[in-house]
Write a protein that binds this ligand. Structure first.
Ligand code: NAD
Length: 250
């Protein structure tokens, strides 16, 4: 029960890393508010975790939608002690074929989304006497990938946003950290692999620089988010924790 009684909002919680994080946090005693724009998968995730879990329809690119979801989370859980920003969007294209619309869409979800969520959540975290923010960034924010300039830029931006925020919010007792996953088997990655003509060759290419030569699991990412949300990391802020089988240093 490492999060006993904590009240945590998780975006992107209907799927993949966000969903696993919500499930683990619930199992560790937290009350969780799952926010996502995918209503059907959100309802299924909440049903798995209830009681102690609520679902909130939310588009992180829309400040009004975010304000409503964060307000409802705080009201229904009696306050807010933490946030995990996991909602994300990833497409791969060569630079020349990346459209401005694709760039803007990824910026809106991956970077401006966490900005909106943090702005709405910080007054509640302050009211609770402090708290935690965990951004699910990416190894792609530490070390670039080919044909992913837009995605890499959003995640590098998210890392620096979090570090800057860690300075501003430390006096309020709010810690801000990031998890940088390597490749993880989720619907996002399955969607990307489905576009590859030769799946096995694509997997080999991906794992080329992995020291631990396999995909990560959503549970491994959730464990990292748990560490950064729990009191065990009470002296950790502004950090980017690579959970990537060694890819970012190799
Ligand atoms: P996923 O597609 O399984 O889940 C992402 C969730 O975000 C979905 O439920 C989706 O509905 C939600 N979402 C997307 N846009 C949204 C919006 N505008 N508002 C609200 N919700 C929205 O993906 P995942 O693999 O679990 O990815 C989670 C995070 O981890 C993302 O930020 C991703 O960039 C990051 N990440 C994933 C991997 C990986 O290999 N899977 C690697 C590095 C980083």
């Amino acid at each position: 029960m490492r999060l006993d009684g904590r009240r945590i909002l998780i975006t992107g919680a209907a799927s993949g890393i966000g969903r696993a994080t919500a499930g683990l946090f619930r199992a560790e005693g937290a009350r969780v508010a799952l926010a996502d724009r995918d209503g059907d998968r959100l309802a299924a995730a909440v049903a798995e975790m209830a009681p102690g879990a609520i679902g909130l329809a939310c588009d992180v690119t829309d400040p009004g939608s975010v304000a409503a979801a964060v307000g409802a989370a705080a009201e229904r859980m009696g306050g807010l002690d933490g946030v995990v920003n996991s909602a994300g969007l990833c497409t791969f294209h060569s630079f020349e074929t990346t459209t401005a619309a694709e760039w803007s869409a990824m910026m809106a979800v991956n970077l401006t989304g966490p900005f909106h969520v943090c702005q709405a959540a910080v007054p509640h975290l302050k009211a609770a006497g402090g708290g935690t923010i965990v951004n699910i960034a990416s190894g792609a924010g530490l070390r670039p990938l080919a044909n992913a300039a837009a995605y890499c830029a959003t995640k590098a931006g998210l890392l620096m946003f979090g570090k800057a925020l860690a300075i501003d919010l430390a006096p309020a007792g709010i810690r801000v950290n990031a998890v940088c996953p390597g490749v993880v088997q989720t619907p996002m990655v399955e969607g990307l692999l489905a576009e590859e003509p030769d799946r096995a060759a694509a997997v080999e290419r991906i794992l080329d620089r992995y020291v631990i030569r396999r995909f990560g699991t959503v549970d491994e990412m959730a464990s990292a988010a748990l560490f950064l949300t729990s009191e065990e990391s009470s002296f950790v802020t502004g950090t980017a924790l690579a959970v990537d089988g060694g890819r970012s240093f190799h």
